[in-house]
Structures are given as C-alpha cells and as structure tokens.
Design a protein around this ligand. Structure first.
Ligand SMILES: Nc1ncnc2c1ncn2[C@@H]1O[C@H](COP(=O)(O)OP(=O)(O)OP(=O)(O)O)[C@@H](O)[C@H]1O
Length: 210
C-alpha cells in the first residue's frame, strides 16, 4: 500500500503529538524524519496522518513547518528517516502565498472548474465569491477561494500553509466551516501559528521545533 521514500537510518525523539482518534489506515507515516534543503532544517519528527483527521502543525517562526509540508508533497529534501505515503495518494497543496496574477477575467466558479474543484457544492456562504471576478476579490476572499479549490477537489490529503493568515473573524469562521465540510472525505495537514484557530479547526496538534 505504501510508497517508501527513504528508509530509516536514524534514531531520535518523537514529535509532540496530542490526543485525537485515528480512523482508518494512515495516509502518511513519518518516522524519525529529517527534512530541509541544502542542509537539514527540521527533525527528527515522527507522526501519522489518518483519513478524517485535521492535523495542525504548530511551532515557532523558522521551525520548519512549511518545509515539512514541502517534504510531504515531495518538494523538500528528506535527509534521514522514513516518509511513506499511501499508494496513489492525491495531494492538494496551498502554499503560504497563493499566486495572484493581475487582470484575470475569470469568475470564482470558473477558477474552481479550472482547478477540478467543481464536483463538490461549496458551503452556501462561499456563494458570493463564486460569482465575482477573481481579480476583483480582496486578498482574504482570494485566499478563502483558493483554499476551497484545494478542499473541493478530489484530493485524499490537503496541505494548507497558514490558511488563517490575514483573515478577519468572519472569514476565519468561514474557513473553519470549509474545513469541517470536507473532513469526512479527506485528511488535512495544516500549518498555523495561531493556537486559537488550531483549537477550533484541528482534531490534533503536532508541535515541532519547540
Ligand atoms: N528554499 C529554501 N532553501 C533553503 N532554506 C530555506 C528555504 N526555504 C526556507 N528555508 C529555511 O528553512 C528554515 C525553515 O523555514 P520554514 O519556512 O519551513 O519555517 P516555518 O516554521 O514554516 O516558518 P514560519 O512560521 O516563519 O513560516 C528557515 O531557516 C528558512 O530560512
């Protein structure tokens, strides 16, 4: 079932995982994982992600949270340890700053169609954004739309880097609603430095670099 990326060659401590149920076989297994770029920046960390879980990655600035997401998506280097993902795992990945082009005469609904996220009807509160041109959306509205573009597609695992950044209370509430709407269909691994957001959105918290 699993594709092995790197075999374990190193022993060390476990990451700090808190509580939560573990429904179904894991989609991601990381054991004593050390990740980085030219040099290691994080690890060793050990964790698993199961279907239906929202795992919140938390830690100080520069701890390597984004790098860990990149490693899971295959774009950062694995130095040591073991990282396995389920075979044929479909991953959607929202980076910390979604790419925003200039003039773009495309409505929100059309963006979702382009990104393969039009099969699932979005929660009603997203409706107004779907009928607006995406180059007329505010930064927060564009962020929320892009997050739904990840959540509303056919991914098994969704990686979200700081999805709560720059959102006001109303948008934060909507974000929590969007995450909850897709929880039974997919697993989420999200980075946030906002503990109050993680308390609401995550089923489990994984602390790194503390
Ligand atoms: N492409 C890169 N090449 C080399 N080093 C990088 C690269 N991207 C990030 N780093 C370094 O890796 C370390 C971890 O960065 P990362 O962005 O993963 O941390 P983070 O925990 O997500 O931080 P923050 O909470 O501030 O976003 C930092 O020292 C950073 O300078």
């Amino acid at each position: 079932m699993f594709r092995t990326t790197v075999q374990a060659t190193h022993a060390g401590g476990r990451a700090d995982e808190e509580g939560g149920e573990e429904p179904g076989p894991p989609l991601v297994v990381a054991e004593e994982l050390v990740v980085g770029y030219e040099q290691p920046v994080l690890g060793p960390v050990s964790f698993r992600v199961h279907p239906g879980e929202v795992v919140g990655l938390w830690g100080p600035n520069g701890a390597g949270k984004s790098t860990l997401l990149k490693a899971v998506s295959g774009t950062a280097r694995v130095f040591r340890g073991r990282l396995e993902v389920a075979e044929n795992l479909r991953i959607a990945y929202q980076t910390q700053q979604p790419l925003r082009l200039g003039e773009m005469p495309l409505k929100g609904r059309e963006l979702l169609r382009c990104m393969g996220a039009d099969k699932t009807e979005p929660p009603g509160r997203l409706g107004p954004l779907l009928e607006k041109r995406i180059d007329r959306l505010s930064g927060g509205q564009f962020q929320i739309l892009n997050i739904w573009a990840c959540l509303g597609g056919e991914a098994d695992l969704v990686l979200l880097d700081e999805p709560s950044n720059n959102l006001d209370q109303e948008s934060l509430d909507l974000l929590v609603e969007l995450l909850e709407a897709r929880r039974s269909e997919e697993a989420l691994l999200l980075v946030s430095h906002e503990t109050s957001f993680l308390d609401r959105a995550a089923t489990r918290r994984l602390e790194v670099g503390t």
